[in-house]
Design a protein around this ligand. Structure first.
Ligand SMILES: C[S@@+](CC[C@H](N)C(=O)[O-])C[C@H]1O[C@@H](n2cnc3c(N)ncnc32)[C@H](O)[C@@H]1O
Length: 209
């Protein structure tokens, strides 16, 4: 199987796949390796303070957004491409009584429906690797951040030689690995948007079955 070339097909397939009920059954609340424990470490590294504004890019069902509100007292705007997932995220958040502090928007990471310079921090978990236009997405993260703001990313990295060809197809793309990059590549892409990498951690155990 060869990798799909049309970026819109790639994005649509990824978003549609994560909208399936089976994904929630398989993955639970957090759609990324490491779950809420890793999200908490990410938030601690960002030094979040009560009242700050945070954007969660590709927010999925919203577990990270609710965690940030509940444990760190911030206000979160979640952006998610799949409207069905946004609907589920809003409903879960309403039931949890957190709708005053979390808003979910249907939108694309490569063209965020958010104003410039308003967030103290931006998080993006297990999604940057799926964006076909990573430089564009990085520029969008930088655009919505306040000067001095921080970006926190948890994501899949690969060996510099890349993936075996049998893992380069659509299934691998949806599973967040087909266009995953070595850590140095992510840092270079972010640097292209004036985002300096200050801190990295490996969590290989998060991907072990
Ligand atoms: C692996 S899930 C991670 C969801 C969430 N960040 C979490 O960790 O639970 C990837 C999510 O990214 C969304 N997504 C994919 N491409 C996107 C894009 N271009 N803009 C916004 N969301 C996107 C998918 O619909 C899916 O919900």
């Amino acid at each position: 199987m060869t990798a799909p070339q049309d970026p819109e097909v790639i994005k649509g397939c990824c978003a549609a796949a994560y909208g399936q009920d089976a994904v929630a059954l398989l993955l639970g609340d957090s759609y990324h390796p490491g779950g809420q424990a890793l999200s908490t470490r990410l938030a601690e590294a960002l030094d979040l303070r009560p009242g700050q504004r945070v954007a969660d890019i590709a927010s999925g069902p919203g577990a990270t957004a609710r965690l940030l509100v509940g444990r760190f007292g911030v206000h979160v705007d979640g952006i998610e491409l799949n409207p069905t997932i946004v609907g589920k995220a809003r409903e879960t958040t309403r039931v949890d009584g957190l709708s005053d502090s979390v808003r979910f928007h249907v939108g694309d990471a490569e063209g965020l429906p958010l104003p410039d310079n308003i967030f103290h921090a931006v998080v993006c978990e297990c999604a940057f690797c799926t964006f076909p236009y990573k430089h564009t997405a990085a520029a969008e993260l930088a655009r919505v951040l306040q000067p001095g703001g921080r970006v926190g990313i948890t994501d899949v990295t690969v060996h510099p030689d890349g993936l075996p060809s049998e893992l380069a197809g659509l299934t691998a793309w949806v599973a967040c690995i087909a266009d995953a990059r070595p850590l140095e590549d992510y840092a270079a892409i972010l640097a292209g948007a004036d985002l300096r990498t200050t801190h990295t951690q490996r969590h290989d155990e998060a991907c072990e079955p």
